[in-house]
Design a protein around this ligand. Structure first.
Ligand code: HEM
Length: 426
């Protein structure tokens, strides 16, 4: 087989399958061969060019005109006519938000909506995060065993995301189900027989998001990023459009929730797999902020992102025609020896850990990065203080097959409740 630029496709490139367990378990290891031998290759299975090295990926992020983000939320597996008809029956019209918006529309909108992400505003959310983290740990601290994902890490970031957006708490359970369907719909490969069920869930999510938005419009002075957007729309109707608000009401939940839940689960797994690092942060919580960066680098929750080449370009010496789709494997960039010394080593004191590309880079870089960091730090502070003696239980880790959002579906930990610091030293 040959790639769209006429070059032959290597065996390894032909075999590349991001829906396989190999990629799910460890994306940077799965594409190690590419990082070393064929850093930019064409995947016939995906119909995407795959980019694996740090400098190439950073250069792509830096130039959002040549490399448009417009396909960031496009379905990676096109659905069949039946599922499309289901989506249409719900009036599904998810459109550009920020992450997939081109210039010149993107920057004015990003600027208009930035204030709620500034440190002064974010600090108001920390007490809620701390209170929720404590309440959830209280529920299982005497059990000696917990699935941190099911019993805490899924729900707490969801609640924080809903508060941040300004969504009423009573709608939480419904949204929890819908947001999983959205991930599979966008980044996964649902089988034809699953596609219709996924489409119904996504269609319901879309309509539900519209209803929640209507509630918010009725009370636009309430706190929340969405209400802030509703207020900005009055002054800048061309910048903050109705389509933006409805789409962000749906996409924003996933952006703020799953990324952070998965990032914390990945971080806890990694730390408990490295007991000496875990012991160090238990003894010195001052190490937590850099440990969080190193966890995001080594095992982040976004494994890859997407761009569309708007003109003929050369990436890493490979000629790529205009119109090509790119899968930029940020998790591979984060393990590139050319940028990170001894890149596979997990080192919570690494001085350039925060150079990771898990939040993207440049004009679209994650707006919620400091909210996510704050949440992860609070969770680690609470775990290290209250359950320093916990360890990973024997288990096999499973992931929802998709190219981009990664985190274990379950994370079982265990400890001896009789040795809880709170019992020894109440
Ligand atoms: C954009 C990752 C948490 C809101 C992005 C992008 C990535 C990302 C990869 C695209 C960057 C690019 O194209 O350069 C993550 C990760 C998170 C996280 C790994 C958690 C660990 C959050 C949270 C929010 C959020 C908590 C809060 C609402 C956004 C927004 C954008 C974005 C609004 C679009 C920015 C733009 O295009 O201008 N994020 N995110 N994210 N993220 Fe996050």
């Amino acid at each position: 087989p040959s790639a769209p630029n006429g070059c032959p496709v290597s065996h390894a490139a032909a075999a590349f399958d991001p829906f396989s367990d190999g990629y799910q378990q460890d994306p940077p290891d799965y594409v190690r061969w590419a990082r070393e031998q064929e850093p930019v290759f064409y995947s016939p299975l995906l119909g995407y060019w795959v980019v694996t090295r740090y400098e190439d990926i950073k250069a792509i992020f830096r130039d959002n005109l040549t490399f448009s983000p417009s396909i960031a939320l496009e379905k990676i597996t096109p659905t069949g006519p039946e599922a499309n008809a289901v989506l249409a029956s719900y009036g599904f019209a998810l459109n550009r938000t920020l992450v997939n918006e081109d210039e010149p529309a993107h920057m004015p909108r990003r600027r208009a909506l930035m204030e709620p992400f500034t440190p002064e505003h974010l600090q108001h959310h920390e007490p809620l995060v701390r209170r929720l983290a404590r309440e959830y740990v209280d529920r299982f601290i005497d059990d000696g065993r917990a699935d941190l994902v099911d019993q805490m890490l899924w729900e707490v970031p969801l609640t924080v995301a809903l508060h941040f957006l300004g969504v009423p708490e009573e709608d939480m359970d419904t949204l929890r189900q819908y947001s999983i369907a959205h991930t599979v719909n966008t980044w996964g490969r649902p089988k034809p027989e699953e596609q219709v069920a996924v489409a119904h869930a996504v269609g319901n999510f879309w309509q539900y998001a519209g209803q929640v938005l209507d509630k918010m419009r009725a009370n636009p002075d309430a706190p929340g990023w969405m209400q802030y957007g509703i207020r900005m729309q009055k002054a800048l109707p061309e910048v903050v459009t109705d389509s933006y608000l409805h789409s962000m009401m749906m996409a924003g939940i996933v952006a703020a929730h799953e990324t952070t839940a998965n990032a914390t689960a990945n971080a806890m797994k990694l730390l408990l797999q490295h007991p000496s690092a875990w012991r160090e942060i238990c003894e010195d919580p001052g190490l937590i902020p850099n440990a969080v960066e190193e966890c995001l680098r080594h095992n982040g929750s976004v494994a890859a992102w997407r761009r569309l080449a708007t003109q003929d370009v050369t990436i890493g010496g490979v000629a790529i025609p205009a119109g090509s789709k790119l899968l930029i494997v940020t998790s591979s960039a984060n393990h590139d020896e050319r940028h990170f010394a001894d890149a596979d080593l997990f080192d919570i004191r690494r001085d350039n850990a925060s150079d990771h590309l898990t939040f993207g880079y440049g004009s679209h870089q994650c707006m919620g990065k400091n909210l996510a960091r704050m949440e992860m730090q609070v969770f680690l502070e609470e775990f290290t203080r209250r359950l320093p003696h916990m360890g990973l239980a024997e288990q096999a880790f499973s992931y929802v097959p998709n190219t981009s959002f990664r985190g274990p579906e379950h994370l079982w930990v265990e400890w001896d409740p009789a040795a809880n610091p709170e019992r020894r030293d109440p």
